[in-house]
Design a protein around this ligand. Structure first.
Ligand SMILES: Nc1ncnc2c1ncn2[C@@H]1O[C@H](COP(=O)(O)OP(=O)(O)OP(=O)(O)O)[C@@H](O)[C@H]1O
Length: 239
């Protein structure tokens, strides 16, 4: 399980997160919601050790997560990825394995097997020789999902995986999330949309610098909480 205690992140004077604490048991699919600038990306970047933690503790299964980052996989927002980078679908997925096998080692049979299985799972094995820049947005998202699967991580983090993808991709991502959850993995998903898409999560974290609420959709998406996070205006629509 993932345990965050009193986490604060200060970007040289800009307070991005203040004293955030929560606990996520294994086998849960958790949605992270909150307005622009609420600190959602900062939270996942801190968990992945991509930004320095000003204060606080991040533990996974009782041990500092920093010491076991190989157990994590991250699928960033599509807009953060350089799609012009000349790399094939196959190599994107195999890159996840280089950390384990060492860059100059021949890829092991096991690593290739994992990459193939993952690409087949998301329906992208046939297109493995394609440069990623030639794929549709949904196909690109599925390749990065395969990359996370091939890593066999225990904690998987996704930044807006459902944004601007086709229906087929949406269904595949949803099904894979359910499988990972059933396999006891922990999944954190940044979700921009406040509508029906929230129904898939076991629990939600509502952020605005602080943790405003944590719990089921019913417990979190209340007019009171939304007003605290977003200000007036949204509450009539969603709560
Ligand atoms: N590298 C950085 N340097 C300085 N300030 C930053 C940096 N990254 C984020 N911030 C600031 O930290 C705060 C939280 O930003 P963050 O991107 O984590 O929010 P977010 O909830 O992910 O927003 P969005 O929904 O717009 O992606 C904002 O005030 C932002 O301007």
């Amino acid at each position: 399980m993932l345990e965050i205690q009193n986490l604060s992140i200060d970007y040289r004077g800009t307070l991005a997160l203040h004293n955030v604490s929560f606990f996520v048991p294994a086998g849960q699919l958790v949605g992270i919601i909150g307005p622009n600038g609420a600190g959602k990306s900062t939270l996942v970047e801190a968990i992945l050790n991509l930004v320095p933690v000003t204060q606080g503790v991040i533990r996974f299964k009782g041990i500092s997560l920093k010491r076991q980052l190989l157990k994590t996989a991250y699928v960033p927002q599509r807009s953060y990825i350089d799609w012009d980078y000349p790399v094939t679908v196959w190599n994107v997925v195999m890159m996840a394995q280089t950390v384990q096998t060492g860059l100059f080692n021949k890829f092991s049979r096991q690593a290739k097997h994992l990459a193939r299985t993952a690409l087949e799972r998301v329906g992208m094995y046939e297109l493995r020789h394609r440069p990623i820049g030639e794929l549709s947005g949904g196909q690109q998202q599925r390749v990065f999902l395969a990359r996370a699967l091939a890593k066999e991580a225990e904690l998987l983090i996704f930044d807006e995986p459902f944004t601007a993808v086709d229906r087929k991709t949406e269904d595949i991502i949803f099904d894979v999330f359910q499988e990972l959850r059933a396999a006891g993995k922990t999944l954190l998903v940044i979700n921009h949309d406040l509508g029906d898409s929230l129904a898939i999560y076991d629990q939600l974290l509502l952020l605005n610098k602080r943790l405003i609420a944590q719990g089921t959709r019913h417990e979190v998406v209340t007019s009171d909480n939304l007003e605290r996070a977003y200000g007036r205006g949204l509450t009539r629509v969603f709560a």
